[in-house]
Design a protein around this ligand. Structure first.
Ligand SMILES: [Zn+2]
Length: 586
């Protein structure tokens, strides 16, 4: 059974979709008459909502589910906004005038236009009148005009008028000087509407025309992207859609493979937006052996021109042309299933440690552990000043695998010393536990953490940073081990940042309320001194805990005195005192 608006829209569903706060504001909008021009056509509602600005809202049913759309910032992020709520409620009120949605409705609220009436009116008109009506409208609406032009071009005598198609594509992509963020969504929406006219040609036996038009559109869109603030990726989505249509058209009417290979190669090599990325694989069957051979010939020709990069070398084209060519060559090698070819491609750029790791992983995955080890060791040796943690971990795994546990532990230990942090500590534990030696390694690691980050490590830190951090990592490690008392002792002995003090206080509040109180009061003082709304809010939250703990200890009188002294100390901070009054903490 297909679902209709009536089943999919209710006050409760609107509240679920929007959340309580948006729902309440939507209710107010509906009641205050912000919704106008509400039109209903079957299971589709459209309306205009006057809020901070003027927004268009659409709510409709597609594939049995409720869909919605609003031009406001919240709606553009895909959320069900208060405007959608307002439109839904007005529709509900009109649908069932005695229902819940109508309670707050004021007289004079908008009437729903039923498109049924309009359809029946249009049905009674003669063709000339309808044509006039559409033409009048198209003269004022460029989107409609474009669609009509393209529909006419599709039915041109002698086959589709591709020149006309190209002209409309070019016009709809025209950016002027620049399309800013606020206009990008509307701009892309109009292009998307225009482009959807292209695949309609597929059903009419013009797949070859679709191939030509999509390749043209692709180039045009890529050029336009440079003149659009496309932070939301609208145009990226359009590029993807064009490629989908292209592949579908090529499948329907396979183009001549050699020429297809040349076009795919040219776009893929040039495109900074990933157009036809991985074409050799995506189009493999369409290209066949002749097409792939041509693609490979072109790729190898360019590939030979790339300089090989050794450790530390750089290439300005690394993330541009070089990156794309490398990807193309890798796809070809993977298609052929040739491991040595793939390794040769990766070895062309050994400028960073990760490259060695990638080759090592290829060999490991192929079961060749000797080569894997050799590459990982080479990588570590090639970058003595800039060792890569992932490479060390890979090597440690391989050493364990061979039973060389001392070598493995040595690597993981250097890794920990390089960055003595909780995550490396966890890794150390993992490896040490494998060889049953955790207790002694744990002691060593904790002593490094206790003596501060500069002792045995390779990265000296500024004194101020060290002072503020105190024994932060050791406290974190002990909290991770659920050694709360030990963590408290380390914090008391060497200090730690605020967030950890609070965590410690909370964990120990039940058994050590006096300790917790000390921490809370110290933090309250620090937060109030920092000034600013956020800090004050934090302080007030903590004061609630202070009150709770002091009440539990039967120290109500102390609490009153503490609060009075706090107010006195900060008597100039009016906004803090105001917030304190509002919070009723007395
Ligand atoms: Zn909205």
């Amino acid at each position: 059974m297909s679902m209709h608006l009536k089943q999919l829209l209710s006050s409760a569903i609107l509240r679920d979709l929007a959340g309580a706060a948006s729902f309440r504001r939507g209710e107010e909008y509906a009641a205050d008459g912000h919704v106008t021009g509400l039109a209903v056509d079957g299971d589709r509602i459209s309306a205009r909502v006057l809020g901070t600005d003027e927004y268009r809202v659409g709510v409709w049913v597609a594939s049995g589910a409720l869909e919605y759309d609003c031009t406001c910032p919240v709606g553009r992020d895909g959320d069900f906004c208060k405007h959608c709520v307002a439109v839904g409620l007005v529709w509900l009120a009109e649908e069932s005038p005695d229902g819940a949605g109508s309670r707050r409705r004021k007289p004079g609220a908008p009437r729903v236009v039923s498109m049924e009436e309009i359809r029946s009116f249009l049905g009674r008109q003669d063709r000339a009148t309808l044509v006039d009506l559409l033409v009048d409208h198209a003269m004022e609406d460029e989107g409609l005009l474009d669609r009509l032009v393209l529909r006419a071009a599709r039915e041109a005598v002698g086959g589709p008028d591709l020149a006309r198609f190209r002209a409309v594509i070019e016009r709809s992509l025209y950016t002027g000087e620049f399309v800013d963020y606020d206009s990008a969504g509307g701009y892309a929406g109009r292009i998307a509407d225009t482009l959807e006219e292209i695949p309609l040609l597929l059903g009419e036996g013009h797949a070859d025309a679709v191939v030509e038009l999509t390749e043209y559109a692709l180039g045009q869109v890529e050029t336009a992207i440079g003149y659009v603030d496309d932070s939301d990726g609208h145009l990226g989505g359009i590029l993807e859609r064009i490629q989908e249509i292209h592949l579908e058209a090529c499948t329907k009417a396979p183009p001549e493979p050699v020429s297809l290979a040349r076009r795919l190669f040219a776009v893929e090599l040039r495109s900074e937006y990933g157009a036809f990325h991985g074409a050799a694989a995506t189009y493999a069957t369409l290209l066949g052996s002749t097409g792939l051979a041509e693609y490979r010939r072109l790729a190898e020709e360019e590939w030979r021109k790339l300089p090989a990069l050794g450790p530390g070398a750089d290439d300005a084209q690394r993330w541009g042309r070089r990156f794309r060519l490398t990807q193309m060559m890798e796809v070809l090698a993977r298609l052929g299933g040739d491991l040595e070819e793939l390794v040769a491609i990766k070895s062309r750029d050994l400028s960073h440690p990760y490259a060695f790791l990638q080759v090592a992983e290829l060999y490991r995955d192929a079961g060749d552990h000797d080569r894997a080890l050799e590459w990982a060791e080479r990588g570590l040796a090639a970058f003595p000043a800039r060792p890569d943690g992932r490479l060390r971990q890979f090597l440690a795994q391989e050493y364990h695998r061979r039973g060389c546990n001392d070598e493995a532990m040595q690597l993981i230990w250097s890794d920990f010393l390089g960055v003595p942090r909780l995550d490396r500590y966890q890794l150390l534990k993992e490896h040490a536990s494998r060889v049953g030696a955790w207790p002694s390694w744990r002691e060593r690691a904790q002593s490094v953490l206790r003596s501060g980050p500069t002792q045995e490590t390779s990265r000296p830190l500024p004194d101020s940073w060290r002072a503020a951090a105190g024994r932060a990592e050791l406290v974190r490690v002990l909290l991770w081990e659920k050694e709360v008392e030990a963590a408290w002792r380390e914090a008391s002995g060497g200090g730690c940042p605020e967030d950890l003090w609070l965590e410690l206080a909370r964990l120990r509040e039940a058994d050590h309320p006096e300790d917790a109180l000390g921490v809370y009061q110290r933090q309250v003082e620090a937060m109030v001194s920092r000034t600013g709304r956020t800090a004050y809010e934090g302080a007030i939250q903590l004061l609630r805990r202070v009150r709770k703990v002091m009440r539990r200890l039967g120290r109500e009188e102390d609490y009153r005195q503490y609060l009075a002294q706090l107010r006195e100390r900060h008597r100039r901070k009016r906004s803090f005192l105001g917030m304190l009054d509002a919070a009723r903490l007395a």
